[in-house]
Design a protein around this ligand. Structure first.
Ligand code: OXD
Length: 314
C-alpha cells in the first residue's frame, strides 16, 4: 500500500527537524513525516512544516500544496525569493502563545508602573523607602497590532484597570479599549500612550516603525515593551531617548541581531531589561494539534483560518 501523504519538517537545525518530526509522528493516518536534510534528496512532499527553513526547501520540494509555519511571525519566510508566489502559507494562531504573551506584557507593565526597577536599585543601596502608590490613569497602555495575540493582551490589560488603546490596520472592537486605525491615527494613538506594547507583524510598512519620530510622540517617561521583532525598533533612537531622559525604560525580548551581541549596549543599560526571545514560546503539543487539524481540513477541501495574506505580508 502506498503512502497517502508526505510531509517535510524543516526547522533551523537538523536536531529541531527530527524532534518536531517525532512530535508529529502518528498524528495523521497514512502520512509520513521526513526531517529536512540539507544534503538530502527530494521526498515529493505534499506539505511542509517549517521554522526558518533553508530556502532550498522550496527549490527541492516542488509538489508542496501548503506550508505551515511553526510560529506566529512569518517574516523570515515571506522574504525568501525561492518561495513560490502562489504557495499558501499558514501561520500558527495562538497555540499557547497568547497566554504567555499576556503574562510577559503584564510583567513589563507592572515592572514599569509599580517601579520595580527603582525598588531593585534601592535594595542594592540598602535603602528602605516607599514610592507613591501607582495611579493607573497615569499609565495608559497602547498595543500596536491587534491580531489574535494582540487582542488577548489588550483585553487582559483592560481587566487590570489600565486605560488601553490599540492600533491596527483595520477597525475592530475591543471592549474597554479605544482602537485607532491606520497611519493617519498613529500620532494620536502614540500621544495618549505611556506604555507601548509592540505586537506588530514585520512588513516593509512596519520595519523601523519604532523610530525617534514615533517614540517621541509618546507621553513623557514612556516605557517600551517589544515582543514582536527587533527590526521594528531603531535601537540607537531608543538609547538616545533614554539618555535624554525623555524615556523611562524598556523591556525587550527581540533584537535586530539574535543572539544579542555581547558588546551591545542594551545588556548593561540600567533602564533596559533584556530577555532572549522567550516572551511566547511555541508549545509543541498545541502546535501539533493545530497543524494536524488544519491539514485534515485541507484534505477534505474545507476552509482553514491562519492563512497568510501575501499582499499584506502577515
Ligand atoms: C513567533 C516567534 O513568531 O516566536 O512565533 O517569534
Amino acid at each position: 500500500m502506498g503512502v497517502g501523504t508526505k510531509i517535510i519538517v524543516a526547522t533551523d537545525s537538523w536536531h529541531g527537524s527530527v524532534e518536531w518530526c517525532k512530535a508529529f509522528e502518528g498524528s495523521l493516518p497514512d502520512t509520513l513525516f521526513f526531517p529536512w536534510d540539507d544534503s538530502g534528496e527530494p521526498v515529493g512532499a505534499d506539505y511542509a512544516i517549517v521554522w526558518r527553513p533553508a530556502p532550498t526547501l522550496f527549490v527541492r520540494e516542488t509538489r508542496l500544496r501548503a506550508v505551515f509555519n511553526l510560529g506566529a511571525g512569518i517574516d523570515s519566510l515571506v522574504g525568501l525569493p525561492e518561495l513560490p508566489a502562489d504557495l499558501p502559507i499558514v501561520r500558527l494562531e495562538d497555540a499557547g502563545m497568547a497566554e504567555q504573551m499576556v503574562e510577559y506584557v503584564v510583567y513589563g507593565l507592572l515592572r514599569a508602573s509599580r517601579e520595580f526597577s527603582a525598588y531593585e536599585a534601592q535594595q542594592r543601596a540598602g535603602e528602605w523607602s516607599g514610592l507613591p502608590p501607582v495611579n493607573r490613569s497615569h499609565w495608559p497602555v497602547g498595543v500596536m497590532g491587534l491580531g489574535v495575540i494582540g487582542e488577548r493582551v489588550a483585553r487582559a490589560v483592560v481587566r487590570l484597570g489600565y486605560p488601553v488603546a490599540g492600533w491596527a490596520r483595520r477597525a475592530r472592537e475591543i471592549p474597554g479599549a479605544q482602537v485607532y486605525v491606520g497611519a493617519e491615527q498613529l500620532p494620536a494613538f502614540l500621544a495618549r500612550t505611556r506604555v507601548l506594547v509592540n505586537l506588530l507583524p514585520l512588513t516593509p510598512e512596519t520595519d523601523s516603525i519604532l523610530n525617534r519620530e514615533n517614540l517621541e510622540r509618546l507621553m513623557p517617561q514612556a516605557y517600551l515593551i517589544n515582543v514582536a521583532r527587533g527590526q521594528h525598533l531603531v535601537e540607537q533612537d531608543l538609547l538616545d531617548l533614554l539618555a535624554s531622559g525623555r524615556f523611562a525604560g524598556a523591556l525587550l525580548d527581540v533584537f535586530r541581531s539574535e543572539p544579542l551581541p555581547q558588546s551591545h549596549p542594551f545588556w548593561k543599560h540600567p533602564a533596559i531589561t533584556v530577555t532572549p526571545h522567550i516572551s511566547a514560546i511555541t508549545l509543541r503539543e498545541d502546535a501539533v494539534n493545530q497543524i494536524v487539524n488544519k491539514i485534515g481540513k485541507l484534505k477534505q477541501g474545507l476552509p482553514i483560518s491562519g492563512r497568510v495574506s501575501r499582499e499584506h505580508g502577515y
